[in-house]
Design a protein. Structure first.
Length: 127
């Protein structure tokens, strides 16, 4: 798939649940996040242009008092993950308030995965 993103995305460090607020079910877990949208890793295929209100349940994070971001979005794409039982679902946020934008920026700046993979000691040879 050709990269068309205009904004850098951040991979988050916690397993953050994302729900369909009005459908009342778990869509999946946050894969990445930016001010214009998010990717969710879920077990259900979603049609493009499906409109939902996302409820992103935030873990307890220092300096973040909010426990949930509720934001209207639409599905822009959905493709099967490398693990065939999962789907990667791209959502575009329809409207982001100034308060939500500040919260998303704070999360992106403070709580992303490390960029450099850890170094592990070499495994002993198998005999």
């Amino acid at each position: 798939m050709q990269e068309r993103r205009k904004a850098q995305r951040k991979n988050l460090m916690a397993y953050t649940q994302v729900f369909d607020l009005y459908g009342g079910y778990l869509l999946g877990y946050l894969g990445d996040l930016h001010l214009q949208g998010t990717m969710v890793i879920g077990q259900r295929f979603m049609e493009e242009n499906t409109e939902v209100t996302l409820a992103i349940e935030l873990p307890e994070l220092p300096d973040i008092e909010t426990s949930r971001i509720t934001i209207p979005a639409r599905t822009v794409w959905c493709q099967q993950d490398i693990s065939p039982e999962f789907f990667n679902i791209g959502f575009e946020f329809k409207k982001v308030t100034d308060e939500q934008a500040a919260l998303i920026e704070s999360i992106m700046n403070n709580y992303e995965f490390r960029r450099v993979p850890p170094t592990y000691p070499p495994k002993p040879p198998v005999e």
